[in-house]
Design a protein around this ligand. Structure first.
Ligand code: ADP
Length: 736
């Protein structure tokens, strides 16, 4: 008998759970297992019967873009009892299920582990009482489990992100952006309450992403007198030019006495001190709703495939594992340790050890708390002097959403440390022509949420004759350090400057280089600023294309940007549930096309009504989107029709996603910290973003060495590792 895997979603629902279920069902089928859904969480395991049902390949079609969970979830008081767990074991054994993947919060995973530990004793008892046979008991001596965290709070130790968090951040930032525009018009103050009973991740990250003024987190209760400090900070922001004030509060925020800090309490504090009646918005369940973001779809998909691998390879001695992510790669850790460490954070908060609580959330969280404080306070930490040093910031290369946030954070972080900040207008040509402008704290107000690049950017790499003019500009404006933010052209420009340093003494200043490109084609940084936004645009566009085709039998060939890099077409295809992806890395052959046309025709003749092909714009010089569409059409006469869709420049536009804004924030802050250090100790190094390096920046030479300059993409592309998962999920076994 083939192994049987049970899958359930339990506890609070979260966007992306469906992607996980789809991936588990299809990966399971590929690996020779049968997958059973346990509907309504542990409640369904206890009820048995219709609640435990086999799921086939097509049962999970069309669920990737749905919020919530199609197999239902519940909280079950009965499962906390011995009798409840006994019943659950009985039903699982009757269905031949002894491998289980649970997608839920820390409560659900704690319960799952308890069941796993108790399994042998429960099985024995069930045999003794005649509820299962001795043969059944012998066939299922232990339960193998894997946990995946579905929780919008991102409150679990052992994974960088939990399923649903990114989508919840989308909902919150959309709300903050909308509220900001009305608040700005009326010069109002808004208090926005977000979810997070024990974890301030959502509040902190969306405060950064939304450019909010003040925030309250459970892990960092304010000291007495916080009301006056808050009023002072808001007042300084207004004096520096802000038209609105936004305060974000976690639902679990409290003061040092443990008294909850509610939106109403903040409102009263403001009323007493300023007379202003702040408006309150409680976002509530909106945060759990809506379509999952691209990240939640691909991350849950990749983790689901790994969870299947885990439960199928586990034996009696295997420790239950938690499947999550670390630095954009799937990562497994012992479930028990992760759950215990998570509970410990709650204890730290309850015991008043807030430093320990923040620390336990990891360095990323601590750094973001510091960055947030710096960004929201409109007074420099370092006193400004008459002969302050000067830092220039410049974009280069194609436009990428999030460039404005990079510039905003860099300017504020630089001013905070007492520097004068200059914007180079219009990218490299602006540096050549000397188009520089001094910028103030309020000049970058509102730039957190907007797409585009207010300072301008151009796809231009300087030629030899330009270098002299660039050096002159740096000298004339007495620029002491330069920050360059952009794509391939930015990297090529700074690389050239480093090579020409000996000829141009003005280039002997510290320079930092940060990746911003929707193509995600830059070395040493997993996600260039802008690439997450473009990916979400692709996924949303494909969702719409799918709907447009729902009434007829139709194949679509969708073309994405990405130039010579396959990140957008592959990850877009994975997140949107495409059947086929063509990438520039592997090109397209005639032989492959012949196979694909056969698969396409098979798929329609066997009852499908939609077939999605995603291709990168430079996947092949010869087999263009047009050619492939015609080819598909030629074979489809009478069975299906074919349409092509070029997603086009909207991929470079749009407001940046929360992830791109947060990514930009961290990068710009670290770059300015590096330049600051260099200016203080007199060094003149060229550095570039590097995710593994201390301070997130490494010598430019080391980073450049990872670039395949001819093909304009990095030598190593981490995301190619998810390709086997895509191949597995897009094609039913047996279908060529
Ligand atoms: P979440 O999984 O989102 O944290 P809950 O904490 O409400 O949500 O847990 C969901 C379900 O998991 C509970 O209703 C219960 O059935 C089960 N559960 C939670 N904690 C335990 C526990 N300590 N022992 C057994 N079952 C538990």
């Amino acid at each position: 008998m083939s192994p049987r895997i049970g899958v359930m979603t339990s506890g609070g629902d979260a966007q992306g759970m469906n992607a996980a279920v789809r991936s588990i069902v299809r990966s399971g089928i590929h690996q020779g297992a049968e997958v059973y859904a346990i509907y309504e969480g542990w409640q369904g395991a206890i009820a048995g019967g219709e609640h435990i049902r086999h799921l086939g390949w097509s049962d999970v079609s069309g669920i990737l873009n749905k919020g919530g969970t199609v197999i239902g979830t519940a909280r079950s008081a009965e499962f906390r009892t011995r009798e409840g767990q006994l019943k659950a074991v009985e039903n699982l054994v009757h269905n031949g299920i002894d491998r289980l993947i649970v997608i839920g919060g820390d409560g659900s995973l704690t319960g799952t582990r308890a069941l796993c530990l108790g399994w042998p004793a429960y099985v024995e008892e069930l045999v003794t009482t005649g509820r299962i046979t001795a043969e059944q008991a012998a066939a299922h001596p232990h339960l193998n489990i894997a946990g995946m965290v579905g929780s919008i709070d991102n409150d679990m130790v052992g994974t960088d992100m939990t399923i649903g968090t990114d989508s919840a951040m989308h909902r919150i930032t959309e709300a903050i952006d909308a509220i900001s525009s009305t608040a700005e018009s009326h010069r109002r103050t808004f208090i926005v309450e977000v979810m997070g009973r024990h974890c301030g991740y959502l509040a902190l990250m969306t405060a950064i992403a939304g450019g909010a003024d003040y925030t309250f987190l459970p892990e960092s209760p304010p000291r007495p007198g916080w009301e006056d400090r808050m009023v002072e900070v808001l007042g300084r922001g207004r004096a520096a030019g802000r038209r609105d004030s936004i305060i974000l509060v976690s639902e679990g925020a409290a003061d040092r006495e443990g008294e909850p800090i509610t939106a109403q309490r903040i409102q009263a504090a403001l009323r007493d001190r300023t007379g202003e009646e702040a408006r309150i918005t409680i976002l509530g369940h909106v945060q759990r709703g809506g379509t999952p973001s691209a990240y939640d779809r691909w991350m849950a998909t990749v983790c689901g495939a790994e969870a299947v691998r885990q439960v199928l390879s586990a034996d009696a001695q295997s420790e239950p594992m938690l499947v999550g992510v670390r630095r954009d790669m799937v990562n497994t850790t012992p479930l028990l340790a992760a759950v215990e460490a998570t509970h410990r954070i709650g204890d730290f908060v309850n015991e008043g050890d807030y430093e320990a609580a923040i620390h336990a959330r990891g360095v990323g969280f601590t750094t973001m708390v510091d960055i947030y404080r710096m960004l929201s306070e409109a007074t420099p930490t370092v006193a400004h002097s008459e002969n302050a040093k000067r830092i220039a910031v410049m974009h280069a290369g194609a436009l990428a959403p999030g460039m404005n946030q990079l510039a905003r954070v860099a300017v504020r972080a630089g001013l905070d440390r007492g520097y004068d900040l200059f914007a180079v207008k219009g990218g490299v040509p602006g540096l050549i022509s000397g188009d520089l402008q001094e910028v103030s704290w309020s000049d970058v107000e509102g730039m957190a949420s907007t797409g585009g690049a207010n300072f301008g950017t151009r796809r231009y790499v300087p030629v030899d004759a330009d270098l002299y003019m660039m050096a002159r500009t740096l000298e004339e404006h007495r620029i002491d350090a330069l920050l360059v933010m952009g794509g391939f052209h930015a990297y090529a420009t700074v690389d050239l400057m480093e090579k020409e340093r000996r000829r141009y003494p003005a280039f002997n200043i510290p320079i930092a280089l940060l990746p911003a490109s929707i193509d995600n084609n830059l070395p040493d940084w997993p996600m260039a600023v802008g690439s997450d936004t473009a990916l979400n645009t692709i996924v949303r566009s494909i969702d719409m294309i799918r709907m447009s085709a729902s009434a007829s039998k139709r194949a679509f060939v969708v073309e994405t940007m990405g130039r010579t890099c396959g990140f957008l077409p592959l990850m877009g295809a994975l997140a949107a549930g495409a059947e086929k992806a063509y990438l520039p890395e592997t090109g397209i052959t005639l032989e492959q096309l012949t196979d694909d046309v056969t698969a396409l025709v098979d798929s329609f003749t066997s009852g499908r009504s939609f077939y999605l092909t995603v291709m990168g714009e430079e996947a092949s010089k010869y087999f263009t989107g047009d050619v492939i569409t015609r080819l598909f059409e030629a074979e489809g006469a009478g069975i299906y029709s074919v349409r092509d869709a070029v997603i086009g420049h909207i991929q470079q536009g749009g407001n940046p996603t929360p992830f791109d804004r947060i990514n930009a924030t961290r990068l710009a802050y670290m770059a300015i910290s590096n330049l600051d250090r260099q200016l203080l100790n007199g060094s003149t190094d060229y550095v570039a973003a590097s995710s593994g390096a201390p301070g997130l920046l490494a010598p430019l030479r080391e980073v450049s060495a990872g670039m395949d300059w001819d093909n304009q993409r990095p030598n190593e592309q981490w995301w190619l590792k998810v390709r086997p998962v895509f191949e597995q999920l897009s094609r039913r076994p047996g279908q060529e």
